[in-house]
Structure formats: structure tokens, C-alpha cells
Design a binder for this molecule. Sequence first.
Ligand code: M6R
Length: 440
Amino acid sequence: MVAARKASPLILGVGDNEYIIASDVSALVSRTQNVVYLRDGELLHITPTNFSIITQTDEDVSPVVNRVTWDIEAAELGNYSHFMEKEIFEQPAALENSMRGRFSEDGSTAQFGGLNISPVEFRQIDRLSLIGCGTAWHACLVTEHLVERFARIPVEVDYASEFRYRNTPLYGNPLFFVISQSGETIDTLGALREAKRKGYKILAINNTVGSSIAREADGGIYQHVGPEIGVASTKAFTSQLLIGSMIALYLARMRDMSFTDGVEYVKALKGAPDLVRKALEQAPHIREIAKRYSKYNDMLFLGRLSLFPVALEGALKLKEISYIHAEGYPAAEMKHGPIALISEQCPSVFFAPKGEIFNKLVSSIQEIKARKGKTIVITTEGCEFPAGLVDEIIYIPDCHEAVLPIVATIPVQLLSYYMAVERGCDVDKPRNLAKSVTVE
Ligand code: M6R
């Protein structure tokens, strides 16, 4: 067998008496943990007993066989019906793995090993540029909110596919981060190369050791959440939110955040796995809601501040696996257009947690109610609403802003999952989608 790599990824799995080729490690970890990552332009020749690699100019390549740390269990369903379900419920452990060893000894800030950029250089940056696609782009938006809120550094967020072609003017001393679970998304890789070509350092938040993005970035932070097999990103997303929140803390502590506030922030991050466990306890309740709402064809997802991107994520999750048309909006933007969609036929999922703008959120819900729209409200424990205002209510634990987006994501993941199951959809392999988008 002969295989060649051009642009899209190519991985050779070296198993027991077998060779396997794939574009993503998660496709072969159930057979072998020994893999060779091919570089662009390399040609692979496999015989029944051996393999060899050459370059386009006919030079021999000495292959490096890497050992993937993901284990076989991680790639098996176990007692779950779908990988998406398994990966949703794995999130407490995934978050623990993402943060392990990443707090300073004094417990007041975050620390990262592989950034390849000194604290002094970090101190000098005057803006952050965050780039990703799909769910990873939503993680960029949440990170933007947290970095601006806590570290007071301006942040720009771009779709990778737009960044690479729109030739955005760059100035000052920005630091680039790309976010990509697979590390193989071609648009994100293209954006990384474009930023590098302009002479900037670019770091990656990535879940796949050895991926193209991991190799081409100047440094980065691995997510360590194990393979994500369901096409719909779940545990990778909440881990990206966690790492984004840790970056906000790291930058904030270099600037105006006090030691005491830092300690409180770290405590909140360390508590995230337990908060997520608590949010997951709502699964049976959310399943019942999903049964009542699975026949609708349109839904809105509304949120504000850090939960606006979570609303976008909820809409994306629902549409990609259940094929229900869903849109996410900042709740207060409703009156500028989307409110025209509200009717008995179009329910809204509404994030209304405790906070300074709680009353504004309640009035937006009233506007929906006045137009006969049904509401599924996700709120924090202790919040109350006028009698008869909300149709369904889902409580999440009250928590620090640093972890709120993580905890608030759980109900929309569960809702999307159960709605898709109710509709008989192929949850893990939704139509027209691929796990790694390696084409433009
Ligand atoms: O591997 P990446 O994080 O770069 O993937 C980016 C998107 O393709 C991905 O998040 C996509 O939107 C998911 N299907 C969403 O669930």
C-alpha cells in the first residue's frame, strides 16, 4: 500500500502484525498506541511486514514511532449509548486532567509548562488575538470575555477561515492563540501559518499531541482530555473554557489582580469538576424536557456577557446533531430582529443566572412570554422568577464568573443530546459532518 501526505493529516498506526493509516489518532487508538505522524510531502510504503517513508525528492526518512498516551478504554463506549453521552459525563475528570499541575505553589495563579515564552514577554503583550473554528471559536469568545474582564487586556477573536484571507492590520505587541481540539483543522492551520508568516509568535490550545497545529505552533497548552470521538465537541469545549479562564487569571495576576482575588479564582477553578458533577445530576430532568420539545423545528438560544458565546454553542450543538434549526443571540439583541421569530412554534433556551443584569434578563423573558414563546430557562440556584413566567427551569450551581460558562454549558449539551436521541438521529456521526475538518 502506498500513501502520501499533502496538506491533510496522515498517520500510520504500527500495530501487532498490522499497519493502519488514518487521518486522526482517535480513529486508531483502539488498535494501537504506536503511531508515526507523516509530514507534508512524505510518501509511505507499506508491505505486509514493514514500512518505509521517503520525501518527494526521494530521500529516506527515519520514522519516529510515537506512543500515544490515550488508552483503549477511552476509545470504547463502555456502558454508554453514544460517545457524545460518554464524553459529556466524562467532563469532571477531563477538567481535572486539564488543570492538573497548572497552579502556582502559592495557589494564587496559573502556570503552564510549554508556552516557550517568558513571563517578561508575556508581561509586554498589549493585546490577544484568538483564532478558531466552530466550537473552538466559541471558546475564543468566552476567553475574550474573561481576559478583558479580569486582565483588562483587549482581545480580538477571529474565525480562522476569515483571518487567513482578510489580511487584518496588526499592530502593537499581540500574542496569538489558536484553539483546536484536533489540531488538524485546515483553516486554523492556515491562520496559524499566516500569523507566523507575518512574524508573530503563535501558541496553541490543543488536545492532540503530535497534530499539525501542535507541531507548527511556537508553544502551547495541551488539553489532556483524551480522545473526543463524537463529532459534536463537548469535553474538549469545556476544557478549552477552563484553559481560557486560566490564561485570564495568569494575565490578570501579572497586572492588577490581587493575591487574595487570585486565591479565590484558583479555588473556583479547582471546584469546577464538582460543580459540573452537580450540573450533570440534572440529566433526568433535562431528558424529560427534551421529550417535550423534540418536535419543534426552530429554537433560539439567548444569553448575555460570558453566556452569549455559550448560547451560540448551545445552538450549534443542537443544530449539528438534531438538525433542528437553532440560532444563538445576545439576549438584548432580540428586539433588533430575532423577536420576529418568537411564536408558539419557536421556543427559546434562555440563560438567566444571578448577577448584576438579572432584572434585565427577566424583562427579556417577559417579552418572549408576551409573544406566546415558550422558555427553557437555565439559571443559578437561588434565583426566582415571577409566577408563570418560565415554562421550564433548569438549575445549575451558583458559582464564580471564572467557571460559570463551563457549568452553564452542561445543560445545553444534555438538552441537545437528548433531543437528538428523541428524534432518532445518528448522534455521533451527524450527516454532512466530519470530526476533523481537513479541507477548506
Ligand atoms: O478540531 P477543532 O477544534 O479545530 O474543530 C473545530 C470545529 O470543526 C469543531 O469545533 C466543530 O464545530 C464541532 N463539530 C462542533 O461540535
